[in-house]
Design a protein around this ligand. Structure first.
Ligand code: CMC
Length: 422
């Protein structure tokens, strides 16, 4: 039996039956019954804006899969570049395909000298690295004008390679600039994560060899952040991309969305919260204050996950691997106590508030020496693969330009009043 719903217009008594397909109902069917009546859904809370085969989330069960592969298995056995291939191509690569992909990415990590010399150096000395990244990604479109040929397969693929490859270079350059340190060129003999750490931390040594445990932790964090279906920045990528602008401009819009504290900035809020709590003794008072409506437990709760965020579990384990090298982040004990206290408290359990990806990620980044301003930048590097996967999918679906309706609540028509008469 086909599942369906029936909607009746009580003004006319007319009905329309609409099939339920893939868990949704097609809105253009409603329009046949209700022309000029729009569905009001400002934050897309109940709107599916895309059919997508990239990422699956079951928020109730706490499940996340990229192209059908559970995130736990990918974090355990894969690498970020293999995951980026998977997201973009739909399947895991063969050995030869992976080798060619890694080679392509590795050999596109350099940025044009003018991006660094003329563009990046034009920023104010204390510029936020995420502000630099947003602008630098947009500026790339002027260095690769052919990128506007988005329906040419070869050209489009080249820009995908360039974007994934150059993000760590731009990210590290943004940090080095805001820290007053000289730019470090990419080292093509290093892995994706090790090369990024080299560009971040290399000083006078001829070659920077990152600690393998730290490089692996960065790679796992990149895997966990590579995609998360129709989140705010991916939606920005799709909406801007639907105008058929080049991918650098669309990606800059996605980066800008990620800059916001509600999206890419929550792990910074977690660190600030843990520092302000200060000691284990203050945890009960802090939880009591949250329950009485004074602030939120940062890093807890999620629009989609109503269970433990599967990424938070993996990050919690990765934190211990990192702390073995860096020494324990002193804020960890406060985080563990907060989690234990909240998960035993009816306020949090009844609202299904669990730790999300941001609860532990900031602790790792901080222990590894990343300044807090770099947290959203660290998020943007791997999410580029997800943004591009959704962009490619959208172009293949021949989607129309994104253009929602509005419910007008302003003044009715009125006549202009000359200035002297107002
Ligand atoms: N601490 C205390 N109470 C909370 C929290 C929290 N972190 N999150 C939600 N609530 C309460 C909220 O007060 C409300 O209670 P009531 O029903 O009594 O009014 C109820 O839970 C539902 O909250 P909501 O704001 O309607 O839920 P939402 O889906 O709109 O918000 C959220 C989701 C992530 C914005 C929110 O949980 C939050 O602000 N969390 C803290 C910030 C944070 O960790 N953000 C990172 C999210 S993960 C990023 C990613 O996936 O990329």
């Amino acid at each position: 039996m086909t599942e369906s719903i029936t909607i009746t217009d009580n003004r006319t008594g007319e009905s329309i039956e609409i099939p339920i397909t893939s868990g949704g109902v097609a809105a253009d069917e409603w329009e046949k019954l209700l022309p000029g009546i729009w569905f009001y859904d400002p934050a897309f809370m109940t709107t599916a804006a895309a059919e997508s085969a990239v990422t699956f989330i079951d928020g109730d069960a706490g499940k996340l899969e990229y192209r059908g592969y559970p995130i736990e298995q990918l974090a355990e056995s894969s690498t970020y570049l293999e995951v980026a291939y998977l997201l973009l191509h739909g399947d895991l690569p063969s050995g030869a395909e992976l080798e060619a992909w890694v080679h392509e990415i590795t050999y596109h990590t350099f940025i044009h000298e003018n991006v660094r010399k003329r563009f990046l150096e034009g920023f104010h000395y204390d510029a936020h690295p995420m502000g630099i990244l947003v602008s630098a990604v947009a500026a790339l479109s002027t260095f690769y004008p052919e990128a506007s040929n988005i329906f040419d397969d070869t050209i489009r693929y080249k820009q995908i390679i360039r974007l994934i490859a150059k993000m760590p270079t731009l990210a590290a350059a943004a940090h080095r600039f805001s820290a007053g340190m000289p730019f470090v060129y990419p080292d093509n003999s290093l892995s994706f994560a090790s090369n990024f750490l080299s560009m971040m931390w290399k000083t006078a040594e001829p070659r920077f060899d990152a600690n393998p445990a730290l490089a692996r932790a960065v790679d796992v964090l990149f895997i966990l952040h590579a995609d998360h279906e129709q989140n705010c920045s991916t939606t920005a990528m799709r909406v801007v991309g639907s105008s058929h602008v080049d991918p650098y401009s669309a990606c800059a819009a996605a980066c800008a969305a990620l800059y916001g504290p509600r999206h890419g900035g929550a792990n910074e809020q977690v660190i600030r919260m843990l520092a302000s709590i200060g000691s284990l003794d203050n945890v009960p008072d802090f939880i009591a204050a949250v329950k009485s409506g004074h602030g939120r437990l940062q890093g807890f709760g999620h629009r989609v996950y109503k269970n433990y965020d599967p990424r938070a579990k993996i990050i919690r384990k990765a934190a211990y691997d990192v702390f073995e090298v860096t020494g324990k982040n002193p804020l960890l004990d406060i985080a563990l106590k907060l989690e234990e206290t909240a998960l035993a408290d009816e306020y949090f359990t009844s609202r299904r508030l669990y730790p999300n990806v941001d609860f532990y990620s900031g602790l790792i980044y901080q222990a590894m020496g990343f300044p807090m301003e770099m947290f959203p930048v660290l998020f943007a590097i791997p999410r580029t693969a997800g943004w591009l996967a959704h962009w490619v999918e959208m172009l293949a679906q021949d989607t129309k330009i994104a253009r929602p309706r509005q419910l007008y609540v302003g003044s009715p028509r009125r006549d202009y009043v000359p200035l002297a008469d107002r």
